[in-house]
Design a protein around this ligand. Sequence first.
Ligand SMILES: CC(C)(COP(=O)(O)OP(=O)(O)OC[C@H]1O[C@@H](n2cnc3c(N)ncnc32)[C@H](O)[C@@H]1OP(=O)(O)O)[C@@H](O)C(=O)NCCC(=O)NCCS
Length: 188
Amino acid sequence: MKRTLSIAIRNALRPRWIVKRVWLRLQGVRIGSGAWVAPGARIERQGGAISIGARSTIHEGARLLAAGGTITIGCDCSVNPGCILYGHGGLQIGDDVRIAAYSVFVPANHRFDDPARPIREQGESCLGIRVGNDVWFGAHVTILDGVVIADGCVIAAGSVVTRSTDPLGIYMGNPARLARYRGGRRSE
Ligand SMILES: CC(C)(COP(=O)(O)OP(=O)(O)OC[C@H]1O[C@@H](n2cnc3c(N)ncnc32)[C@H](O)[C@@H]1OP(=O)(O)O)[C@@H](O)C(=O)NCCC(=O)NCCS
């Protein structure tokens, strides 16, 4: 209750946000109560759908580009400066998720099987990306199409995640590998 009130007061003191919020809502972007989008963040439905949950914050220079797909961000999440979240095959993010600066989520791949034709003419495959609750992505991570990040994971800075993860796993590197589990359990 106290937090909700302080967020409401903070947002009321951001007149540019009030204008931007009205503008985004007119564009069909769904924005939960107490959520905030920085003046320099870009939110573009591009024929898709975008929903930002209650009290979530989208920081300066971040981009949510639906590209005909759906981007759903849960409650109490933060998307830090410079992140790019695409929507193509669907990007679904749970609650309490922290995404550090310059991370990229790409729920699509170009098809490239036919070497006789330019890649740009071969279309895309789109499986979608899902992220559970209470996940922390370090700075500069890349999450590739088809990946499911389970509840409670930590993805270390600079990781490229190519496969789905176990709950509470700490993953590192390129390609990201399980290092251990939160709470001290070691990976097998
Ligand atoms: C994952 C993280 C939280 C620390 O995990 P940790 O297990 O406590 O890390 P440690 O420092 O104990 O290192 C354990 C091992 O993982 C390696 N490691 C740590 N971070 C790594 C990373 N990002 N990528 C690859 N390897 C990493 C260490 O080199 C070490 O390897 P070693 O055992 O061979 O020496 C941290 O490294 C990280 O990536 N933080 C993200 C910071 C960030 O982006 N903040 C943004 C602000 S929100």
